[in-house]
Design a protein around this ligand. Structure first.
Ligand SMILES: O=C(O)CCC(=O)C(=O)O
Ligand SMILES: [Fe+2]
Length: 330
């Protein structure tokens, strides 16, 4: 039987309302660095979010990595266990229910973090293509990020190299730089009993800690954001092929809150036909090198500000955040 009324299936999203700025990276070379920088500047100051299009990463490559992660999730638990995230490090596999963003609500997702492209972070056995495909995509994200960091230097009129040099150890390991590629799979929600998944969340409300995040999501939806000046959670929606970029907390501190760190979460979709399918995403979290002093004076001189103000390094700020918010994180 077909359904007559289709209005119920339509969702109001930021994409359907054309609220999210779209930044075209086609032909990105020296000449477009200015334009991209200006667009990114506007997006980070006004919204904290934008879509990147014509970024050069083929859809097949992203889908290939999702498939590799599915293969990993189908491995026997005793093999997955070898790659579980250990205490004190940021890389490795985390199964659903372990992470708790607000200290109590379990996250219904599988995640796999990679901070360095080596055998310790990436299994070679028993999935021979896993490491190669992920390495390839991670390097693409790194290239785009390096370009965006340059564009931000131009837009903010900071000394050339301020961002590039302070992100020079991306993917050299979480002991020197926290940049991370995260594969994510949210399993399908099958309600055995009505209301069983009430209160559960796919990914709790948070802001990312770093400079910015690049996010590729499939079409299943669920991502919601709070735009600057509003407490209202709004669905982002899906722009096929686009990579979403959102501002992180370190960048917001570095720019004295001129750039917005975007609160976001992933909810369990209301519509049964979407909820009962799994959802894939990949996030590339860009961080400065751990030793970088996050000093707003480097970005905008403020004569009135006291030189006695304590400046923390990127590493110290992240530790502070973990201790304040995730003290109970297991
Ligand atoms: O899966 C998503 O779309 C978002 C994930 C996210 O925000 C995160 O892992 O920090
Ligand atoms: Fe996030």
């Amino acid at each position: 039987m077909i359904k007559n009324k289709i209005a119920d299936d339509k969702l109001d999203t930021l994409v359907s309302k054309s609220v999210v700025p779209i930044i075209d990276l086609a032909h990105c070379g020296k000449t477009v660095v200015n334009r991209v920088g200006q667009q990114l500047h506007k997006a980070f100051t006004e919204k904290g979010i934008a879509f990147l299009v014509n970024h050069g990463i083929a859809d097949e490559k992203i889908k290939g990595v999702w498939d590799q992660f599915d293969n990993f999730l189908d491995l026997p638990a005793e093999i997955q266990d070898r790659y579980r995230r250990k205490n004190g490090v940021n890389y490795g596999y985390v199964s659903p229910g372990i992470e708790r963003f607000d200290g109590k609500t379990p996250e219904l997702r599988h995640t796999y973090n990679i901070c360095k492209l080596d055998d310790q972070n990436l299994p070679r056995e028993p999935l021979p293509e896993f490491a190669d495909e992920i390495t390839n995509l991670t390097n693409d994200f790194k290239t785009i990020s390096s370009f965006l960091l340059k564009a931000m230097e131009v837009a903010l009129e900071v000394p050339p190299g301020l961002f590039a040099e302070n992100h020079s150890q991306m993917l050299e390991g979480d002991d020197v730089n926290m940049t991370t590629l995260r594969m994510i799979y949210y399993p399908a929600i099958v309600d055995d009993e009505p209301g069983q998944s009430e209160g559960a969340i796919r990914c709790g409300a948070h802001v990312d800690y770093g400079t910015f995040t690049l996010l590729s999501q499939d079409s299943e939806g669920g991502l919601e954001v709070q735009l600057p000046g509003s407490e209202k959670w709004q669905r982002v929606g899906h722009l096929p092929g686009a990579i979403l970029i959102n501002g992180g907390e370190l960048l917001s501190i570095w720019t004295k809150q001129r750039y917005h760190a975007l609160p976001h979460r992933v909810v369990i979709p209301e519509q049964e036909q979407i909820r009962t399918r799994g959802r894939h995403s990949i996030a590339y979290f860009v961080h400065p090198d751990n030793k970088t002093p996050i000093d707003p004076q480097d970005i905008q001189k403020d004569e009135a500000s006291s030189s006695n103000e304590k400046i923390y390094t990127a590493y110290e700020l992240i530790q502070k955040k973990f201790n304040d918010t995730y003290g109970q994180r297991s």
